[in-house]
Design a protein around this ligand. Structure first.
Ligand code: PLP
Length: 382
């Protein structure tokens, strides 16, 4: 059975080039970047090169700040929350996030809430930040403002620049962080334009392997160490680096930079083609994502059919999509879709289709036909 993979917001296939970089590190350049001999220096060179590649992909240079390699996007955002609390928590008492954050941010906020920090959540109805709410929520007692760049369930792109403007007016010394795990390498502009102090990114969403992520820290922004040991990663995250993953991450960003407009066009065309095929073949399908959302995510609802049932039906045909976000698919948590404005009934029948450069227009047609077949043969339960 041939397979069609439309779950690229959950994770992506590693590109051949990125996989080759990892293999080269594991089998040839396997020195420890901290070793003083030639094999170590060779490894250190690879580490430095990957750091520059990821920093450049964000639109910065090494003069603007540092990129810390982590194990994943979740770890990067955890460092931000608990670090900001340690640095500013004695003087300030609240954190502002959106009401649609990924669990890697939402659950950090909940943990700090248990420590007495007030969490203020900006509504995101229809995929737009309520900036009037943000204007009132962000004040001199705010230690951290954290808002994702692209929503992992709907593809909505949030206005981080507007949050920076409010921060400058109301809370100039608060940290501004964006979880750009879904936004990195998916939008036409450079993330350096957003004005954030801190950016979380992840390798496995952009054709690098799982197990590597990064946190960009703008020059002058202070974060304490969360991991103590040999002092790697500027002393903030000790432990021998995952050099194979890091080299692959750097290579994946480099590939994206080299084929940026072609890659973004491909995603946009796949998105447009699937919308067209759905409207022609299954006009009853609701399309939740707006056209100006990120190109790689399309949220749809098939009225009456529970998403897990359609997901299983498609999976048996070798077509892989997601019900809501992969990270929350094992819990019946409609928090994000409900805040977006969907009723529980619609949210329960929502699927997330997410594209990569490896998908084709023909696959979008096969998917639309399969959804239509499922709609006629499956029992409607919602
Ligand atoms: N943030 C967003 C928006 C995500 O979609 C994800 C993963 O799905 C994460 C954070 C977590 O990233 P990682 O798997 O690298 O920890």
């Amino acid at each position: 059975m041939s397979e069609i993979y439309f779950d690229n917001a959950a994770t992506t296939r590693v590109s051949d080039e990125a996989a080759r970089s990892a293999l080269d590190v594991m089998t040839s350049f396997y020195g420890n970047p901290s070793s003083a001999h030639a094999k170590g220096l060779e490894a250190e060179h690879i580490l430095k090169k990957a750091r520059v590649q990821v920093i450049s992909g964000l639109g910065y240079t090494t003069k603007d700040g540092n990129l810390l390699f982590t194990s994943c996007g979740t770890e990067a955002s955890n460092m931000v929350f608990f670090g900001a609390y340690e640095v500013l928590g004695k003087r300030k008492n609240n954190i502002v996030i959106s009401d649609s954050e990924h669990p890697s941010v939402e659950n950090c906020a909940r943990e700090l809430e248990r420590n007495g920090v007030e969490i203020r959540r900006i509504p995101t109805k229809g995929g737009k930040l309520d900036l009037d709410f943000a204007e009132k929520a962000i004040d001199a007692k705010t230690m951290l403002i954290s808002c994702m760049l692209v929503n992992n369930e709907t593809g909505a792109v949030y206005d981080i620049k507007a949050l920076d403007a409010i921060r400058k007016r109301n809370a100039n010394d608060a940290y501004l962080h964006t979880d750009a795990v879904q936004g990195f390498c998916k939008l036409p502009y450079s993330l350096s334009a957003l004005g954030t102090d801190l950016i979380s990114v992840s390798g496995h969403k952009i054709h690098a392997p799982k197990g590597v992520g990064g946190l960009f820290i703008k020059k002058g922004v202070r974060l304490p160490s969360r991991m103590f040991g040999g002092g790697q990663e500027a002393g903030l995250r000790s432990g021998t680096e995952n050099l194979a993953g890091i080299a692959a991450f750097g290579k994946a960003v480099d590939e994206y930079m080299n084929e940026k407009s072609e890659r973004l066009n491909t995603l946009k065309n796949l998105n447009t083609e699937l919308r067209k095929n759905l409207s022609e073949i299954c006009p009853y399908v609701l399309i939740n994502s707006q056209e100006d959302f990120a190109p790689h995510i399309l949220s749809i609802s098939v009225p009456g059919i529970r998403s897990e049932i359609m997901l299983r039906f498609l999976s048996e045909k070798g077509i892989y999509v997601s019900a809501g976000s992969a990270c929350s698919s094992k819990s019946a948590d409609n928090r994000v879709l409900s805040n977006f404005g969907l009723s529980d009934k619609t949210a329960d029948s929502t699927l997330r289709i997410s594209f990569s450069k490896y998908n084709t227009k023909e696959e979008t047609l096969i998917l639309a036909k399969a959804i239509n077949e499922g709609n006629s043969s499956l029992i409607h339960t919602v």
